[in-house]
Design a protein around this ligand. Structure first.
Ligand SMILES: C[S@@+](CC[C@H](N)C(=O)[O-])C[C@H]1O[C@@H](n2cnc3c(N)ncnc32)[C@H](O)[C@@H]1O
Length: 342
C-alpha cells in the first residue's frame, strides 16, 4: 500500500510494519508539516512518506546517510545496469588488474566474503569514487551495499562470519558481487520523487535537535535500538565501504575501532537516554511517534511513565508480528507505537 524499496538487510527495519506506522504519522500531522525521522536506518519509513510529507532524516551511521541521500533527498536522478556499465565498468576492470583499492582484499578475504568477492568490492568502490554527482554516487553505493548483503557469509549481519566449513558457504562464495550490483542498479530505474526539498543529516540525535533547521519540524518519528546489540558493530562493513577510510580493525569480527556506542543499547543507560530525549523534544514542543518492542530493554510501563512525565497526551498502540532475529529464526513479538504531544 505504501512505497517501499529494498536497500540493505537490517536488524529491526520497519518494512513489514508500514501499514501500522505510516497511517499514525499521517493522522498526527498535516500535509505542510515537516516530519523528522531521527534514527532512519534503511530509511524505509521516510521513503513510504516521501510522496506525502516534507522530510528530514538523520542517523549516526554514515551508510544510513548515504541511503538518505540516494532515496530521500534525491529528487531527480536514477541509475540502471546500463548506466552502471557505462559509468563504472572500465574503472572497475582497471582495479581488478591494478588493485589500487585493496582494503577489502587485504583485510576481509575469506571472512565475510571470498577473496575474489573482496577484489570485486574494492574495484566497484574504486570506480564509484570517480562519480562526482552525490545523488548518483549514493545510489551506486546503496546498490553495492545491497550486493554485499546478498553475498555476505554471515547469518544476516556483520558481527561474525560463518566458519569456513559451513554448508551455506559453497553457494554464496561463488556469487559475483558485480552481477548482484548490476541487478540492484535496475531496481533504482524508478524511484519516488518529491515536490519538497528534503534534508539529510549524519549526527548523534542530540546534535541534530540543537540545529536551527530542527525548529521547522512538527513531528519526530523515533525508532531507537531496543536490544543490547550495537548497530555500529553489526554493520561496520557497510560503514567502511561507504567511507572507504582505511580504519583500524579489531577482534575476530574485524570491527572498526571508532564504533559509536548508542546509550539506547546499554541496559544501564537506556532509561536515562530516553528521559533526555523526551525532555528535549517536549521542551521544543514536538509531537513524538515512537516505535518500540515489548522485548526491548525498557519495559512498556517505564516508557509510558517517562512519556507522561513530559507530555500531557500519550497513547499506546500495538500490533503483533513475526520478527526475524537475523539468523536465530523467527519469533512472535508485539510492536508498540507511542504517540505523545503537549
Ligand atoms: C531500529 S534501527 C532503525 C531502523 C529503521 N527504522 C528502519 O526501518 O530501517 C535504530 C537506528 O538508530 C541509530 N542510532 C542509535 N543511536 C543513535 C543516536 N544516538 N543518534 C542517531 N542515531 C542513532 C542506529 O544507527 C540505527 O540505524
Amino acid at each position: 500500500m505504501y512505497n517501499s524499496i529494498k536497500t540493505i538487510r537490517y536488524m529491526g527495519n520497519k518494512n513489514k510494519l508500514l501499514d501500522f506506522i505510516i497511517p499514525e504519522i499521517l493522522n498526527n500531522s498535516s500535509k505542510d508539516d515537516v516530519i523528522c525521522e531521527l534514527m532512519a536506518g534503511t530509511n524505509c519509513i521516510s521513503y513510504a512518506l516521501k510522496d506525502k510529507r516534507k522530510l528530514y532524516t538523520n542517523d549516526i551511521q554514515y551508510y544510513s546517510y548515504i541511503i538518505s541521500n540516494a532515496l530521500i533527498k534525491n529528487n531527480s536522478k536514477t541509475i540502471n545496469s546500463e548506466s552502471a556499465k557505462k559509468d563504472l565498468e572500465e574503472k572497475f576492470k582497471t582495479n581488478l588488474v591494478k588493485h589500487e583499492y585493496n582494503f577489502f582484499e587485504k583485510n576481509y578475504s575469506d571472512t565475510y566474503f571470498s577473496s575474489n568477492q573482496c577484489i570485486e568490492i574494492d574495484s566497484i568502490r574504486y570506480a564509484i569514487n570517480f562519480i562526482n554527482d552525490m545523488d548518483i554516487k549514493s545510489l551506486y553505493l546503496v546498490a553495492l551495499m545491497n550486493a554485499m548483503c546478498v553475498c555476505e557469509v554471515t547469518s544476516g549481519h556483520f558481527a561474525q562470519y560463518l566458519p569456513s566449513d559451513h554448508p551455506r558457504l559453497e553457494k554464496i562464495k561463488h556469487k559475483s558481487i558485480w552481477d548482484e550490483f548490476l541487478k540492484k542498479c535496475n531496481d533504482f530505474k524508478k524511484i519516488v520523487f518529491s515536490k519538497f526539498e528534503n534534508k539529510c543529516f549524519n549526527l548523534n540525535y542530540e546534535e541534530l535537535i540543537k540545529l536551527p533547521e530542527f525548529n521547522d519540524v512538527k513531528l519526530v518519528y523515533v525508532d531507537p535500538p531496543y536490544t543490547g546489540e550495537q548497530y555500529s558493530r553489526f554493520y561496520h562493513v557497510l560503514e567502511t565501504i561507504c567511507k572507504y577510510d582505511n580504519p583500524k580493525l579489531e577482534f575476530k569480527g574485524l570491527y572498526r575501532t571508532d564504533r559509536f556506542t548508542s546509550s539506547f543499547s546499554l541496559r544501564t543507560k537506556a532509561f536515562d537516554e530516553f528521559e533526555k530525549l523526551f525532555s528535549a523534544l517536549a521542551s521544543k514542543n514536538k509531537k513524538i511517534v515512537l516505535s518500540y518492542s515489548t522485548k526491548g530493554l525498557i519495559k512498556e510501563y517505564e516508557m509510558e511513565y517517562l512519556l507522561k512525565k513530559y507530555f500531557k497526551n500519550c497513547e499506546t498502540k500495538r500490533t503483533s508480528y513475526n520478527h526475524s532475529t537475523q539468523g536465530k529464526g523467527n519469533i512472535n513479538l508485539e510492536e508498540l507505537l507511542f504517540i505523545a504531544y503537549n
